[in-house]
Write a new protein. Structure first.
Length: 248
């Protein structure tokens, strides 16, 4: 029943769509175009967050250590750090939180600098996430002009979310998401959604874990080549509602 609802929702989409719905407890899963590669947009930040906590567990960094934000670090797009005065210090945890809950691009780039792009990609490769790559920092137009971009697939996102479910600190940050215009819009109040969105022209993503009735349901919606971004947002809204209604 849920599969038919999802199929009906995406059949008229003017663009490419991938959807994964997985409920491990009930051994239920729906996978549509799970191996299709998409521009990652800000969903790439899930992999940066994972790398950070992996390195913290190894003792290379601490959540409490502070980093100074300078004018050279500031980039446009989503986020608040670009508006703050130079020299302010934030903890690594603050940067990670801002990267996720406000999709702060400056915070993201500072974490990429801290962790190293090559190291992030090595971890992606070691975890056999074969469709995912980080090739440029946020808002790096020059890199994009050279054909460098960030990519992922819904099956890779599922794998990183499954790993993240084992780390309470990551889930706590994802639950505090403030970019909530997609999957959760039409869901009811009796749930929690730990998730990360992403968008670019023609791209509207949302991916996360729905906690409802003591179940953890993975929901991933990736889109590209949309003629109108608002249609991608509405598709996310309706898929979120369909999953919520099915499991509530």
């Amino acid at each position: 029943m849920l599969r038919k609802t999802i199929d009906d929702l995406i059949k008229d989409a003017e663009g490419d769509v991938s959807v994964i719905i997985k409920n491990p407890k009930e051994n239920e899963s729906i996978m549509i175009n799970e191996d299709t590669v998409f521009p990652a947009a800000s969903v790439i930040k899930l992999y940066i967050l994972w790398e950070l906590f992996e390195r913290i567990e190894k003792g290379e960094f601490t959540l409490e250590q502070e980093i100074s934000i300078e004018d050279k670090d500031k980039v446009d797009g989503f986020g608040i750090l670009k508006e703050l005065h130079s020299g302010i210090k934030l903890s690594v945890k603050d940067l990670a939180t801002l990267m996720i809950v406000l999709s702060d691009n400056t915070a993201t780039n500072m974490l990429i600098d801290l962790l190293g792009m090559d190291n992030i990609n090595r971890t992606i490769e070691n975890n056999k996430l074969k469709h995912t790559v980080l090739q440029r920092k946020m808002m790096d137009g020059k890199a994009k002009e050279k054909g460098l971009d960030n990519y992922t697939s819904s099956i890779d996102v599922l794998k990183i979310l499954e790993k993240s479910l084992q780390k309470k600190e990551i889930i706590d940050i994802l639950k505090r998401q403030q970019c909530n215009n997609k999957l959760p819009v039409l869901m009811g109040d009796s749930m929690e959604l730990a998730h990360k969105t992403g968008d670019l022209p023609g791209v509207e993503h949302d991916a996360g874990i729905l906690f409802i009735k003591e179940e953890a349901v993975f929901i991933i919606v990736l889109t590209k080549n949309l003629k109108n971004n608002i249609e991608g947002i509405k598709l996310n809204n309706n898929i979120g509602k369909a999953v919520y209604d099915y499991y509530k």
